[in-house]
Every structure is written in structure tokens, then in C-alpha cells.
Design a protein around this ligand. Structure first.
Ligand code: 1CP
Length: 341
């Protein structure tokens, strides 16, 4: 990590997905979203789609963070036009005790098969990133039973039954560690932990309920495979105030959303970790000239030298015009070389 480069590398969170017409066609062909994830050939096909359109520097496994809770026995399903849902929720200690501890290579073997299929199809073109949700972020879906706006049930649990939540987070940390190590063995060349909902935690509870479990995972991961280092990227959306603590976990890179200044972040932790981000994905609704201006601003804010992986500050939205995503990638490749001379 932080090796010298000729230009800033770039990929996009959620780069394979609904904004691409070819993705929508594959999903229709497969039947539904989960069938895309559970069939290695479909998962491979959609992983490669954005790479065929844009000169991206990484592929990210096509899957979902909710594969783990599904394998624990909660019954994941999607209703068209709605977010993910679970048939069963986790609300007390008996529910936590009843969770199955998944075996990554059997219960989640379809993910490992997708990883190895994608890795061979890529044939060394660009590295493949594997991923998982953080324990806290997974727990929000498991306790709420799906997406949430107010996190009512999990926050009630945090403040009134913290021991139950810790038991759940501990089980999840073990599962995530096994799952990511299995992805690394199957061929993932870097792994990202998505803590999408870490930023909804209060300042005093972020560390005990999210960061400490990610730290435990980072310590349990294989950091190299077949002689190659396997970088670990931590992304807490809304986590800008905790960067020093996140860097202290020993992660190789931190993902930043757009609410944090990349220049400040570099001053604070740039000597320890690489930084990934951080354009507001909504900039992609603007015209290509405006996108280019924003890319230039972010490059200038980071300044000269290596250690920056360009990305969006969160996943690309489904209503973005694919040509605008192309303008973004092109702007990074054209404008960044001067920062590396
Ligand atoms: O209708 C569809 O086709 C399903 C939409 C969809 C897609 C394309 C979902 C359901 N998941 C995915 C793929 C996905 N999810 C990837 C694949 C990589 C890629 O597209 O290039 C990744 C990395 C994820 C991770 C994920 N799933 C996160 C963490 C990242 C993030 O964006 O914050 C989260 C929170 C989820 C849960 C989830 N799964 C799907 C949706 C729509 C959601 C979000 C629901 C919510 O907002 O609460």
C-alpha cells in the first residue's frame, strides 16, 4: 500500500449495479438479485460489466453484505422496489443463541465459488476486492429485520440490553473473520469492511459497539496470501471524527465519505494508512464538466504523492447516467498524473 504510481487508481463503490442497463438485463435473466449472487457465472458476469465500460483499477466481488445473516438462518429476501428483509429478527439472548455459526466454505460456498470464478476470468487484469459488512452494520439489519431510518430496535437494545448486543456482535465478528479469510483463500486480493451504519452511533459508543469488533476482525485476518500482501480497507460512513482510532486497528487503508476533508484526513492519518474516497456520489447527477471540476478539487486537496485511491464517498446511485460515471473515471485518469510527477 501507498506504493508510488503514475496516476491515482480509481474504482467505484457499488460499481456493478442498477444504474447499468446491462446489470438490469442480467438480473432479469437470472430472475432476481439473490439468484445473481448465488450463481457464480452470473456473479462473474455482473462483476465484469463496469470493467468493460470503464478503465477501472479494481473489480469488487458481486455479492451482498447480508449473505452472513442469511447463512445464520434469518431468511433473507427482497421484494421488488424495496430493500432487503429478513423473515426472522434478533431481539433477545435466545434469538442470538439460536443463530447458526456459518461455515464460510460450505454455507457460503457459493460466494467462494464466485470469487474464484471472477479471479480466473479477470486473468490478472486488475485486482479483485472481497468484502463483508461490519458486525455493527450487519446487526442493524438483523435486529431491525431490514433497512431502517431510525434504528429504533437496535438502539433500544444497545442502551437497555448491551450484553445481548455484545453477544450478537461477537458471533458476527467470528463469522466475518472466517468469511473474509475464506474469500482471501479463494482469491480476493484485498478486502473491504463496510461499516455503512457506524456513523449513526454516538461518540462514546462507536468504539465499543463497532470499532472494537472491526479491530478484532483485522487482527484475525490473513494479511498475505501466496506471497502477496492482502490490504484491508475499513470504511465507516460518517466516521470522519474517528480516523485516528480506525488507523490504530492496523488496517492498511481507510474509506472516507464526502463529509470529511481529504486534505485534513491526510494530515491526521496519511502517514499510517492509505485513503480511499471521497466524492459525493450525487456529484454524478451533474454534467461531465462539473464532475471533472470536482475530481480536480479532490485531487488537489489530497495533493502530490501516493496513498490515495480515488472512489466515491459511498455507493453509486441507481439513477446516475452511466456516461457520467464514465466522465468521472476519465477525469481521474486524465487529471491525476500531474500529482505523481
Ligand atoms: O435490486 C437489485 O438489483 C439489488 C440491489 C443491490 C445490489 C446491486 C443490493 C441489495 N446489493 C447489491 C450489491 C452489493 N451490495 C455490492 C456489490 C458490489 C457492486 O455492486 O459492485 C456490495 C459491495 C454491497 C454491499 C452492501 N449491501 C452494503 C454496504 C455498502 C453500502 O453501499 O453501504 C449494504 C448496506 C447492503 C445492504 C443492501 N443490499 C441491497 C440494498 C439495496 C442494500 C441497502 C439497503 C439499505 O439502504 O439499507
Amino acid at each position: 500500500m501507498r506504493q508510488p504510481v503514475d496516476r491515482t487508481p480509481v474504482w467505484m463503490m457499488r460499481q456493478a449495479g442498477r444504474y447499468l442497463p446491462e446489470y438490469r438485463a442480467s438480473r432479469e435473466h437470472a430472475g432476481d438479485f439473490l439468484s445473481l449472487c448465488k450463481n457464480a457465472d452470473f456473479a462473474c458476469e455482473v462483476t465484469l460489466q463496469p470493467l468493460e465500460r470503464y478503465p477501472l483499477d479494481a473489480a469488487i466481488l458481486f455479492s451482498d453484505i447480508l449473505t452472513i445473516p442469511d447463512a445464520m438462518g434469518l431468511g433473507l429476501y427482497f421484494e421488488t422496489g424495496e430493500g432487503p428483509k429478513f423473515e426472522r429478527t434478533v431481539r433477545n439472548q435466545a434469538d442470538v443463541d439460536a443463530l447458526h455459526q456459518p461455515n464460510a466454505n460450505t454455507d457460503l460456498g457459493y460466494v467462494m465459488k464466485a470469487v474464484s470464478t471472477i479471479r480466473s476470468a479477470l486473468d490478472g487484469r486488475v485486482p479483485l476486492i472481497g468484502f463483508s459488512g461490519s458486525p455493527w452494520t450487519l446487526a442493524t439489519y438483523m435486529v431491525e429485520g431490514g433497512s431502517s431510518k431510525d434504528f429504533r430496535h437496535i438502539k433500544a437494545m444497545l442502551y437497555s440490553q448491551p450484553e445481548v448486543l455484545h453477544a450478537l456482535l461477537g458471533k458476527l465478528a467470528d463469522s466475518v473473520t472466517d468469511y473474509l479469510n475464506a474469500q482471501i483463500e479463494a482469491g480476493a486480493q484485498a478486502v473491504q469492511i463496510f461499516d455503512t451504519w457506524g456513523g449513526v452511533l454516538g461518540h462514546s459508543v462507536y468504539a465499543p459497539f463497532s470499532l472494537d469488533y472491526m479491530h478484532r476482525i483485522v487482527k484475525g485476518l490473513k494479511r498475505s496470501h501466496q506471497g502477496q500482501p492482502v490490504p484491508v480497507i475499513l470504511f465507516t460512513k460518517g466516521g470522519g471524527q474517528w480516523l485516528e482510532a480506525m488507523a490504530a486497528t492496523g488496517a492498511d487503508a481507510l474509506g472516507l465519505d464526502w463529509t470529511t476533508s481529504l486534505g485534513d484526513a491526510r494530515q491526521r492519518v496519511g502517514g499510517q494508512v492509505a485513503l480511499q474516497g471521497n466524492m459525493d456520489p450525487s456529484v454524478l447527477y451533474a454534467a461531465p464538466d462539473r464532475i471533472r471540476e470536482e475530481v480536480e478539487r479532490i485531487l488537489a486537496e489530497y495533493g502530490k504523492g501516493s496513498g490515495h485511491v480515488f472512489n466515491l464517498g459511498h455507493g453509486i446511485h441507481q439513477f446516475v447516467d452511466p456516461e457520467h460515471a464514465g466522465a468521472f473515471v476519465e477525469a481521474v485518469t486524465e487529471l491525476s498524473p500531474k500529482y505523481h510527477r
